[in-house]
Structure formats: structure tokens, C-alpha cells
Design a protein around this ligand. Structure first.
Ligand code: RIB
Length: 347
């Protein structure tokens, strides 16, 4: 079997101690000359040295692994968020493990314990829909974990854990204002699973703004989708036949499904019905689409998540509290931005 280069091999080849090699390869401060440092790095490359992460984890009590648990791997919003989190964490030497709960509390429970068994240093958790609707079991699971947990995107409105998410209420307000400003009065709403925090907040911001403008949301036009393309597609006939002139879909996938059905019926957007979505996935994924939407500022969300988890990891060695991310939670809300393209027009 091929010999795996060790720190001892490098030290012998450079005429220095194993400690000196370890300090240089881990970018720790040393009094060594620049020439000697360069010799150690070059020798490690020449001998094809690969750090033994398991040994390093034992020495530093850090795995340099972070985890992200997403609820729906087929939804491009979560793919975008995963990419943004990977970009912010890899730059600090961490690897990001990504897993999908498929919106199942049972799968989520299993994955949380698998992450724990792999000794991750921190977790970005987007709760499953089942957990958002009944967070008791999730809170119990999270309280048993000995690494920082950042609730991300969902369940931010409840303050039982560190969390970073969009200010969904403002997002709903911006959507309503964009449609009202074009003279629309008979406006529909297609929301995701209205029991999740995000949807409640978006619909609340949207409907309260319509109410204040004197055009309250008609209950007959307040439709439930499912966060997916077919949710918007299936709700479209009801909205069209109820003669709404505009619709707010609480995510882009449902907005795209709605537009597809509108055009299948020989109608056009925005001429026959204006549409606004939420997530701005078309920009993230380079769709050449005209969809007006709310951008959740995923990069800012990812930066806030990473900074929070790093600060918790740093504090773990010094803070007496076992899990301050639960006992003294910190919450951050990122303001969404209106992106007005071509699917909203005047009445
Ligand atoms: O598209 C999926 C939706 O669920 C997004 O708006 C995001 O906020 C998530 O909660």
C-alpha cells in the first residue's frame, strides 16, 4: 500500500521539528524564516501531503464541518441559499454538508442525529414544514445538540433559537404596494402552506396593506398553494374565473405556474393579469424571465448566518452556558427588495 506522507516525513526532509511543520501548514505564527516556511510548504506539496482531518479534529476539537439541512432539494431557492452559504463558509476553511429533510419531521430528526454523530461544528437549519407547524419535537431535538444551531429562513418569527431570515411582513407589504400603485383593486393571493411562519407573515403584510388602502383581500381570492410550480398552476383557474386583475404568489415557483396556466387559456401577463412572486430565483438561475418579485437578499442572509455561527463557535470555549444559541438567542431579519420587471402593468 502506498506510504501516506506524514508530518514526520516533511520534518525529516526539511531538518525541522514536527511541531514547526504543523505550525507552518496550519498557518500558525512561528519565528521561522520565510525561506524555511516556503521550504516546508514546497516539500509538503512535493511529497503529496494530505492533512489527516480526523487527527486534526482530535487535536483541535473542531471538525471544520458545517451542516445545512434544507426542506426541499427540488426548490431552487434552497439551492441558491446553499450555494451562498457554501461560498461564505469555504472561505473560512469549512466544508458544508447539505442534506434534505423533504419537509418530513421524521427525516429531519434522523439527519440532526447523523450530523451530531459526524461531529459537525455548527448547523444551519431550515425546518421541515411539519416541524414549523409543530415545533415542540424540533425544539427538544435542537436542545440536545452540543453545537450552534442557526434557524435559517423559516421559524425566524419564533425566538427560541438563533435565527436569520427575511422580513416577510415587509415583503408582503412591498408586493401589495407594487400592485396597488398600478391601480389594481381586485387582487388575489396564492400562498404556500399558510401554516408556516414565512407565509403567515407575507400574507399578513400583503393583506394588511390592501386593507389600509380600502381594498381588503377577498377571502375567495386568498388561495393556498404548495410552494411548488403546480400549486400556482392549479390555483390559476379559480383566480382567473373570479376576475382578479392581479395576483401575489408567495414564491416564484407558484408565480411561474400561474403564468403558464394563464397563457394556456389564451390570456397574457401582465395585460390580462399582473403577477408578482417572491424569491427572485429567475435572476439566481439565469432564467430569461420577466417575473416581478421580491428578492430575499440571499447573500446577506448567508453572511449573517455564517458570522453568527462563527461567533458561537468561537465563544464555545469561553462561555459557561452550554447552548447560548437557545438560552440567549440572537435573531436577524434581512429586508427584501422589490424587483419590478415586466409582469406588472397598470390596470
Ligand atoms: O420557495 C420556497 C420558499 O420557502 C421561499 O420563499 C423561502 O422563504 C422558503 O421558506
Amino acid at each position: 500500500m502506498n506510504h501516506k506522507t506524514t508530518l514526520k516525513d516533511i520534518a525529516k526532509a526539511c531538518g525541522v521539528s514536527v511541531t514547526a511543520v504543523s505550525l507552518v501548514l496550519n498557518n500558525r505564527p512561528t519565528r521561522m524564516s520565510q525561506g524555511k516556511r516556503e521550504l516546508i510548504v514546497e516539500t509538503a506539496k512535493r511529497l503529496r501531503y494530505v492533512p489527516n482531518q480526523a487527527a486534526r479534529s482530535l487535536a483541535t476539537n473542531k471538525s471544520m464541518l458545517l451542516a445545512l439541512l434544507i426542506p426541499d432539494i427540488e426548490n431552487m431557492f434552497f439551492a441558491s441559499l446553499a450555494k451562498a452559504l457554501e461560498d461564505t463558509t469555504s472561505g473560512n476553511g469549512y466544508s458544508l454538508l447539505i442534506a434534505n429533510s423533504d419537509d418530513s419531521a421524521h427525516v429531519e430528526h434522523q439527519l440532526l442525529h447523523q450530523f451530531a454523530s459526524r461531529g459537525v461544528d455548527g448547523l444551519f437549519l431550515i425546518p421541515s414544514r411539519e416541524s414549523v407547524n409543530n415545533s415542540k419535537a424540533l425544539k427538544k431535538d435542537v436542545s440536545t445538540l452540543d453545537f450552534p444551531v442557526i434557524l435559517t429562513d423559516r421559524l425566524v418569527s419564533e425566538d427560541w433559537c438563533d435565527a436569520v431570515g427575511s422580513d416577510n411582513f415587509i415583503g408582503g407589504q412591498l408586493a401589495a404596494q407594487a400592485l396597488l400603485s398600478k391601480g389594481h383593486k381586485r387582487i388575489a393571493c396564492i400562498s404556500g402552506d399558510t401554516r408556516t411562519g414565512n407565509m403567515n407573515k407575507r400574507v399578513a403584510g400583503f393583506s394588511s396593506t390592501l386593507e389600509k388602502a380600502g381594498f381588503p383581500l377577498d377571502p375567495n381570492l386568498n388561495c393556498s398553494g404548495n410552494y411548488r410550480f403546480d400549486g400556482g398552476y392549479r390555483a390559476a383557474d379559480h383566480v382567473i374565473d373570479a376576475h382578479a386583475t392581479a395576483v401575489f404568489c408567495t414564491n416564484d415557483l407558484m408565480a411561474l405556474g400561474f403564468i403558464q396556466r394563464l397563457e394556456e387559456r389564451g390570456l397574457s401577463c401582465p395585460q390580462d393579469c399582473s403577477v408578482i412572486g417572491y424569491d427572485n430565483i429567475s435572476e439566481q438561475f439565469g432564467f430569461n424571465h420577466r417575473l416581478s418579485t421580491l428578492d430575499q437578499n440571499i447573500d446577506a442572509m448567508a453572511r449573517a448566518c455564517s458570522e453568527l455561527v462563527y461567533s458561537r463557535i468561537r465563544d464555545m470555549g469561553t462561555q459557561p452556558a452550554r447552548n447560548p444559541w437557545i438560552t440567549e438567542p440572537k435573531q436577524q431579519f434581512i429586508r427584501p427588495k422589490l424587483v419590478n420587471r415586466a409582469t406588472i402593468s397598470a390596470l
